[in-house]
Design a protein around this ligand. Sequence first.
Ligand code: SF4
Length: 381
Amino acid sequence: MTDTLGLYFHIPFCRSRCAYCGFYSNAAAVPDAYIDAMLREVELRSRTFHQDVDTVYFGGGTPSLLTAAQLTRLITGIRQHFPVRPDAEITMEMNPCDMTASFLETAYSLGVNRLSVGVQSKDDRLLQAIGRRHTASEAKQAVKRAYRTGFRNISIDLMYELPGQTAEDFRRSLVWAMHLPITHLSIYSLILEEGTRFTQLAEAGKLPRPSEAESWAMYQLMCRIPPHYGFDRYEISSFARKGFESRHNEKYWRLDPYLGFGPSACSRIGHERWQVLPGTRRYMHELLLGHEAPMEREALSEAEEMEEYCFLHLRMQRGIPLADFEQRYGAPLEHWYGAVLETLTREKLIAEKEGRLFLTARGAALGNTVFESFLRSDDIE
Ligand code: SF4
């Protein structure tokens, strides 16, 4: 576990809601009072936490909806209250529609050094179907503009299993993406999240879904094409050129300490986890009255934490560092999961090498099945 801290800032505002998105956000501009509330939360938290900060992440929602003045106030305030290291990774999620030259220059001059851009597909028909407001060509121009501004660590998101998408559509998106000036790629299949327009359509039988064979073909393309262009699959959904893995996301997967600010943001310090409750109005109201953000705390039992440790580490190509596990939980992994390990090894879903236990290619394709077998709190006294 590291001593340094990651900070996450949730900006729960979007211009409009995408049809598939289950993230907590409001379709509205960011009010200045939201920045006031966040800065208040920053000040309150900084009284307790004094560690150096080596990653900062602005996520959402759509952080690129912030005005230049709001972003400047927020980043300046964070630096005033937390010791952000000079070499910290500072990531901002951006929507291609907001990536004007002037906004990019502001972000760059404030020290943002990594962008995560929601590109999703190179197919305008699909972009429209999922409710994105940009075309593929606009997304490409935005990424190139960011590169010209000076950003040398740019990640994009792509999606597959979209309604009406074929494996050939997805192949074209992947190859197209490989020719953008990017260092990192996150690839997600469409998940039908509760409460989204897509879920309603699916329930009404009106959402075309790819066949199993088509889904498998897309998965295979995802496994093959980025590595062919030098992007290593270092995590189940993430691909990076060497040295460009997301340092912030790695904190989540390694159970390292991080603080989350803003409604619905999660924090983890040691064995404790808490989440600021969703509800932007209430969040602003409480903080502007000088109170703490309303939150729910959760002390994880050792069994629960061990489960999380296992499946989050297994998401990463490097897998579970067995000596670290033993040191942390007082006994080797086999002590807790002997039968599970035996079955998964026999089925060639996991393998062990140089003190690490990791998913095989077959295990990665059946990731959820493997992760579920580590959920066994009830069996542990
Ligand atoms: S996908 Fe991004 S832009 Fe679309 S609604 Fe969700 S958070 Fe907002």
